[in-house]
Design a protein around this ligand. Sequence first.
Ligand code: THU
Length: 156
Amino acid sequence: MDKTIAIDYQEYDSVNELSCEDYALMQRAIGATEGAYAPYSGFCVGAALRLKDGAVIVGSNQENVAYPSGLCAERTAIFAASAQYPQCRDYEALAIVGRNAEGCLCEASPCGACRQVLSEYEHVQNHPLRVICYLEGGRVRVFLSVKNLLPFSFDF
Ligand code: THU
C-alpha cells in the first residue's frame, strides 16, 4: 500500500515577521557566522540555539584539512549547549543562516547528520525544538518540530 508523508512548515517573507525572541535569535546566528572556520568551502554557517531558560548558545561550522573531521554549525551549537549546560538540556529554537564566499547571507538547511542529532535532543526533552532557517533574500522557513525535518529518524 502506498503511503505519503506531508511535511508542515511555515514561511515568512522577512525576518522582521518573526517574534522579537526569534528575530533576536536569527541575529545571533548571523553574528555567529563570524566564528566559522571554513577555509575549504568558503561557506560560513551560523547557528543560535535558545534554551528554555532564555540563554542562547551559538555555533559555527569548523572545518578541517581532514574533511570529515569538521563539524557543522548546528551540531557545534547543540553539543556545546549540552556539554556546558547539562542541567538545562531543554531547547526551544535553533536559528540557522549561511554566508557565502562573497559575504552574502544565504540559506542553510540542516544536513542529515545534524537532523539526526537534533532529533535525539528533541526526543529526550519531550517537547518540540523549532528550527528557523534563513532563506535567500531575507525570507525565513520555520519547522515547528525536528520531526518535520526527519521523519522515520533512527532510535532504539
Ligand atoms: N554546513 C553547516 O555547518 N551546516 C549546514 O546546515 C550545512 C553545511 C557546513 C559544512 C561545511 O563546513 C560547509 O557548510 C559547506 O558544506
